[in-house]
Design a protein around this ligand. Structure first.
Ligand code: SF4
Length: 258
């Protein structure tokens, strides 16, 4: 960590750091680029909070963000040296969390990636991605996915209180697609109310991924809100069948990952 003190900005301790590498191997796509370390959205289920064990941050998940201020410069060098492949932006942070409005590190990384013609898969929960529509629509091989977990705003506020509302994300998908950008919805993790999502996506996405994911960190919230019944295998089996049927009826290609 280059700046152990950091500055409180937008309610989080923000540190500008100089990263050593930014184009990392990934098990999801060939590579992943994380312009930030930490995520202001602080979703209750987020598995990325495990990284605090390795980074030495003392703040809670969501209360710190390291900004990789040299990410784009570093990336340009790595793109010149490494074998071309699909790049995921991002894996363990949201590339369009609010600080991106100030720092623009994600935009600068996209300029580097798309400028070199690399295939890019952007994944976010934020409509801030619309700021970069000009850039994204010019990419030869770029897709933008919005992560969705429930159509029920009460549930969304319990598990993702700092992330944009589901309707805002779906509206962003529609505007991206209308603007000429390939889009997908990543429906994961499946939260109560996920059964209402697919009908909202018709005409807004090219395809859908559905995944169950890991509920370890969210279990206490399920208990506190009397939602334990939404964690049993029977619920997920029924939901999988329902979402698959809804996608077929809406003529949206759908891949279930569990
Ligand atoms: S937006 Fe993604 S990375 Fe950020 S806290 Fe939520 S799940 Fe984690």
């Amino acid at each position: 960590m280059n700046d152990p003190g950091g500055r409180a900005r937008e309610g989080v301790v923000t540190r500008e750091i100089v990263a050593k590498s930014v184009l990392s191997p990934s098990r999801v796509y060939d590579y992943v680029v994380n312009p930030y370390r930490g995520c202001q959205f602080a979703c209750a289920y987020c598995y990325a909070r495990f990284m605090r064990r390795f980074t030495g941050h003392r703040e809670a998940w969501g209360a710190f963000v390291d900004v990789k201020v040299n990410a784009a410069q570093l990336l340009r060098g790595e793109l010149a040296r490494k074998r071309r492949g699909e790049v995921w932006v991002s894996g363990v942070c949201d590339p369009y969390q609010p600080l991106e409005e100030t720092y623009g590190v994600t935009r600068a990384c996209l300029e580097a990636l798309l400028g070199q013609g690399w295939p890019v898969r952007v994944q976010t929960k934020s409509d801030l991605v619309l700021r970069d529509l000009d850039l994204l629509r010019g990419g030869a091989d770029v897709e933008v996915g919005l992560s969705l977990s429930t159509a029920d705003e009460t549930i969304r506020r319990i598990f993702e209180p700092r992330a944009p509302a589901t309707a805002v994300r779906i509206e962003a998908l529609g505007r991206l697609r209308a603007g000429g950008v390939g889009t997908y919805a990543m429906i994961a993790p499946l939260l109560p109310g996920a059964e209402g999502l697919v009908p909202l996506l018709a005409g807004k996405v090219d395809y859908i991924y559905v995944d169950r994911m890991n509920y370890h960190y969210a279990r206490p919230l399920y208990g506190r809100h009397g939602l334990e019944g939404f964690l049993n295998d029977a619920y997920f089996r029924e939901l999988k069948a329902l979402l698959t049927r809804q996608a077929r009826e809406a003529a949206i290609p759908c891949r279930v990952l569990f």
